[in-house]
Every structure is written in structure tokens, then in C-alpha cells.
Design a binder for this molecule. Structure first.
Ligand SMILES: [Zn+2]
Length: 131
């Protein structure tokens, strides 16, 4: 059992997609996560197909939502093992508890965005995954 807090917008999107696909929200989330991590042992019936539908979708792709926590005064990025589920602030990838990630060390009390290892590599090479 996995409980996680998601932004309202994501929750609405998940409910809408689940309704479109005729599956429950938890089935959709399970299938998307299963698909994202390439696991095959635990796929429920038609899981791969549902995940493909959910990621491909029958609607045109929407532009990614503007990152809510675009870092301003980031002093550095601290790699870490996630203690909670998170969403990459740059590419919106779902990051599950126990996965690698990096958290922004910021000047001041602003948000401390989390990025996935892939976006961390972009940052490491001087590119801006938030652009
Ligand atoms: Zn990312």
C-alpha cells in the first residue's frame, strides 16, 4: 500500500484519465509506475496496454505544466535517496521513495525542488533542464 500526496492538478488529470480508460485511479497509477520502471512481474491484466494508453493518450499531448518550483537561488544540488515519493521539478517524472534524486540547496526559505538523476546530469553538464 502506497500513499502519496499529489498536486490537485495531477489528481484531476489522473481521475480524468482513469475515467477515460475505465479503470480505477489506483489501477492507473499502479500501471503507469509499473510501466515507468519496466517491471513485468506484477502487471495486472492489460497493464502494459493501459499504461501505453495513459502515456500516449487519445487526446493530444498537453504542454507540460510550468514547473511550480523553478529554482531561483540554488546554491547546489545534493544527491540523495528519496524518503518520500516526489515529482521531478524539471521533467515531471514520478520519483518513488527509495529512488535516487537530488534536492536543491537554496539561499533563503524558498521551495527546495527535487530533480531526477537524468535532470541532475543535465545540470552537471551546464544545461538547464528547467528551460
Ligand atoms: Zn527530471
Amino acid at each position: 500500500m502506497l500513499h502519496t500526496r499529489v498536486p490537485e492538478r495531477l489528481e484531476a488529470e489522473l481521475k480524468e484519465r482513469a475515467a477515460d480508460l475505465g479503470v480505477s485511479v489506483s489501477n492507473l497509477v499502479r500501471n503507469v509506475l509499473t510501466h515507468a520502471f519496466g517491471l513485468v512481474g506484477d502487471i495486472v491484466a492489460d497493464g502494459a496496454q493501459v499504461a501505453r494508453s495513459a502515456s500516449g493518450g487519445r487526446r493530444p499531448a498537453e504542454p507540460a505544466p510550468a514547473p511550480a518550483a523553478r529554482p531561483g537561488d540554488v546554491v547546489g544540488w545534493q544527491p540523495m535517496i528519496l524518503g518520500k515519493n516526489a515529482v521531478c521539478a524539471a521533467c515531471n517524472d514520478v520519483l518513488v521513495r527509495g529512488a535516487d534524486g537530488a534536492v536543491a540547496i537554496t539561499d533563503g526559505a524558498g521551495p527546495r525542488p527535487i530533480v531526477c538523476p537524468r535532470c541532475l546530469e543535465e545540470i552537471r553538464h551546464g544545461r538547464d533542464p528547467f528551460a
